[in-house]
Design a protein around this ligand. Structure first.
Ligand SMILES: Cc1cc2nc3c(=O)[nH]c(=O)nc-3n(C[C@H](O)[C@H](O)[C@H](O)COP(=O)(O)O)c2cc1C
Length: 328
């Protein structure tokens, strides 16, 4: 059964990539995304601790698309403070990161490391939910060690008015590797009384079609690496044809990002790091991803970067990503 309405598509949060600058430029050039998520905030014990990240919360919408600030925490008071700050800034929803798989995070029962402890999740939500001034959605995995964990968590999630459950259909221990587990995700979807959003390995319109026919009742789709590799993916999923000359648009997008990051970093070379992170995905849409990324990666000055980008667009062809193998 096909979804009757247009699918909702969300930009997944990526630490170091889906920054304010990225979100602003992306939505200027590409359509198809219905929600944008910030990378996770952490260590928000006081309002002051947010000061150095002020820009990330500078706008509630980029070109009309709402931004959802994300927090990584196991402390209800910290989450409440973050929620209040976001509310005061005009945001209507925040997202709780229960998916981060990194051992140094998970070991401290944060991110996906909290998934094996439903009583802890319950306590946090009991303290937080009566006072929270904005909607709360959750981004989680199927579990840390085992998909059994999500089934112990569902009754906890169901006892609170969460706005959405966004599930990366992997386990924490898998990091970003191995198969997504569609069988367990399907069971969650059948048993959840909350709106559920699918996340994980949707890299092409074909992947989307396969997932959509398996999960017709899903509320939306969060796209990460596939979108970073091919910015046309959300529009393509919604049935839009790519422009006649996609590389012209990609070139403009890449140039705009370059100027925006230079400005953002006051011409500090750290701007190149941000661009290189994105190119590690974008290169996958060219006909020779290894050479393309190699060219960009080795640049150490703005002049060298500009030359490398020019060379890439003159030498290699934009093919679109289409789901070729990803490295990470
Ligand atoms: C470098 C990197 C940074 C990420 N940062 C975050 C983050 O800050 N918050 C979060 O919830 N997920 C984060 N993720 C996970 C992605 O949002 C997404 O869930 C994951 O890549 C699976 O989706 P995909 O297969 O569509 O890429 C990150 C992933 C990567 C590879």
């Amino acid at each position: 059964m096909k979804q009757q309405r247009e699918p909702l598509v969300y930009l997944a949060p990526f630490q170091g990539i889906t920054t304010y600058v990225f979100r602003e430029v992306y939505t200027q050039y590409f359509g198809g995304v219905d929600k944008l998520f910030t990378a996770f905030f952490t260590g928000i014990q006081t309002e002051k601790s947010l000061r150095s990240h002020k820009q990330e919360l500078a706008v509630t919408h980029h070109h009309g698309v709402p931004v959802i600030p994300q927090i990584l925490s196991k402390d209800a008071r910290e989450m409440l403070l973050f929620a209040r700050i976001c509310h005061d800034l005009g945001f209507e929803e925040i997202n709780w990161n229960l998916g981060c798989p990194f051992p140094r995070v998970a070991r401290k029962k944060r991110g996906s490391g909290l998934l094996p402890y439903p009583e802890d999740v319950q306590k946090i939500l009991e303290e937080l939910m009566p006072q929270i001034p904005v909607r709360l959605s959750v981004k989680c995995r199927l579990g840390y060690h085992s998909p059994e964990e999500i089934f112990a968590l569902l009754p906890v999630f169901h006892s609170f008015p969460l706005s959405e459950l966004i599930i990366h259909a992997r386990l924490g221990v898998q990091m970003y590797k191995g198969q997504t587990d569609w069988g367990s995700f399907e069971k969650v979807l059948e048993n959840s009384t909350l709106p559920v959003v699918y996340n994980g390995d949707v890299f092409s319109p074909g992947d989307f079609d396969a997932a959509e026919s398996r999960f017709p009742s899903v509320n939306g789709w969060m796209l990460g690496r596939g979108l970073l590799a091919d910015p046309f993916l959300p529009a393509a999923i919604k049935g839009e044809r790519p422009p006649v000359s996609p590389e012209t648009k990609i070139r403009r997008y890449v140039d705009e990002l370059y100027y925006a990051y230079r400005k953002n970093f006051n011409d500090d070379l750290r701007a190149l790091n941000r661009l290189k992170e994105l190119w590690s995905y974008l290169s996958l849409s060219f006909d020779d991803p290894v050479r393309v990324f190699g060219k960009i990666k080795k640049t150490r000055s703005f002049d060298a970067y500009e030359d490398a980008v020019r060379f890439v667009f003159e030498t290699y062809q934009w093919k679109g990503y289409g789901g070729k193998k990803l490295e990470n």
